[in-house]
Write a protein of this length. Structure first.
Length: 389
């Protein structure tokens, strides 16, 4: 663990003292670089939902997001049962830029599952965004979170986009020519004195340090950390205090195509993942574990394909995809080693200059040791309207 924390300190020092790039970058160039450097296959369909820019041309902005979705999973193994998610997210947002470095925003998040009479979420979230420089931003309120953290699947489950779309708390974002940093605190459950439940929160950090950055080729070191805590001292809950940690270190290479080419991207990412139970009294089957994650992605035109390999040794996750864990639903079926080959085929099509996005895809997960094949498929539509005044 000491090696990992040392790595994060080195990344932070580099980010704060980086003087490598002598030329100046505009806000648009920086944001394009950040967007192009994403290797996740979700960036076209989902990561565009909320802009990371504070420097809008208009003082007032109204943004309207409507996202119907359908996903069906056919899981038959010991680690997670199949489920279906069908419904929509509705997220209108209004923002007011007080000046070039301070913005206040208000978003209404409405989540409704088809066939379920009640709204799963119907809340209004405020936030303040403070950007003392073009490369550093502080957010208090609802976060630039979820898939925008760009964590690997064993640490963060992409399906949380459908079930837990909004994160709320505190976030620090740092984007420099050779470094992207994201550190956040997602406060999930607040307690007052005598409440019968425990407080729940998640702390996360992701660093990406580019050691090669050319026009169409990027290479970077990656570091990811996610800690989930459940406890508190003023509640009356009988539950145990629990703090669990997932981390990952590795590298990524990206070969990008020109805008006029059908070839868009080839990327390869390799990570060494780790699990650790900080509270030794927690009632869980394993205290420590690790995993090896590798994934290649190819995108040509609107079509993308990825293939990955996973090996886990007593690896557990608390916010990640349960297919990557060694903990079964029934603890009698827990495994020490888990190997999996996973694939994704997807189509992402944008219409009307990004006003409307169609995305469909299928995933497969093959366990060669157990001889099981599990799969899922999905379809989503995203409507985004931005109006400044």
């Amino acid at each position: 663990m000491q090696v990992r924390y040392f790595f994060y300190i080195i990344l932070l020092i580099f980010a704060l003292t980086d003087k490598v790039e002598a030329q100046e970058y505009s806000v648009e160039e920086k944001e394009k670089f950040i967007s192009d450097s994403l290797s996740s296959s979700y960036d076209d369909g989902y990561n565009f939902l909320r802009s990371t820019s504070l420097y809008d041309d208009d003082r007032f902005n109204f943004r309207f997001y409507f996202h119907p979705f359908f996903k069906n999973t056919e899981y038959f193994g010991d680690f997670v049962k199949g489920y279906t998610l069908i419904g929509f997210h509705f997220q209108p947002e209004i923002s007011y830029s007080i000046n070039s470095f301070l913005k206040v925003q208000l978003m209404w998040n409405l989540l409704k599952y088809s066939g379920y009479d009640k709204y799963t979420e119907n809340k209004v979230y405020p936030r303040i965004v403070f950007a003392p420089t073009e490369s550093f931003k502080i957010i208090c309120g609802y976060l630039e979170g979820n898939l925008k953290h760009n964590l690997i699947e064993p640490i963060y489950n992409p399906d949380r986009y459908y079930t837990d779309n909004v994160e709320n708390g505190l976030q620090f974002l740092l984007h420099k020519p050779r470094y992207n940093g994201d550190m956040w605190l997602n406060w999930e459950k607040f307690i007052l004195w005598g409440d019968p439940w425990q407080e729940r929160l998640t702390f996360g950090h992701r660093s990406e340090l580019f050691f090669v950055k050319r026009e169409q080729f990027l290479a970077s070191f990656l570091g990811e950390l996610l800690i989930a805590h459940r406890g508190g001292q003023i509640d009356n809950s009988p539950g145990q205090v629990q703090s669990l940690e997932n981390g990952a270190l590795g590298f990524k290479i990206d070969r990008l195509g020109n805008s006029d080419q059908k070839f868009r991207q080839f990327s390869f990412q390799a990570m060494f993942a780790q699990f650790h139970c900080i509270d030794q009294t927690a009632d869980i089957p394993y205290i420590d574990g690790f995993g090896i994650y590798a994934k290649a992605l190819l995108r040509i035109g609107s079509v993308g394909f990825s293939q990955g390999y996973w090996y886990g040794d007593r690896f557990m996750n608390f916010r990640g995809d349960p297919l990557f864990t060694c903990q079964a639903i029934n603890w009698e079926n827990n495994v020490r080693h888990r190997t999996m080959i996973f694939n994704e085929l997807f189509l992402t099509k944008s219409y009307c200059n990004g006003l409307f996005v169609l995305r469909t895809g299928a995933n497969s997960y093959f366990d060669p040791k157990a001889g099981t094949l599990e799969y899922s498929y999905m379809l989503s539509l995203i409507l985004k309207i931005v109006n400044g005044f």
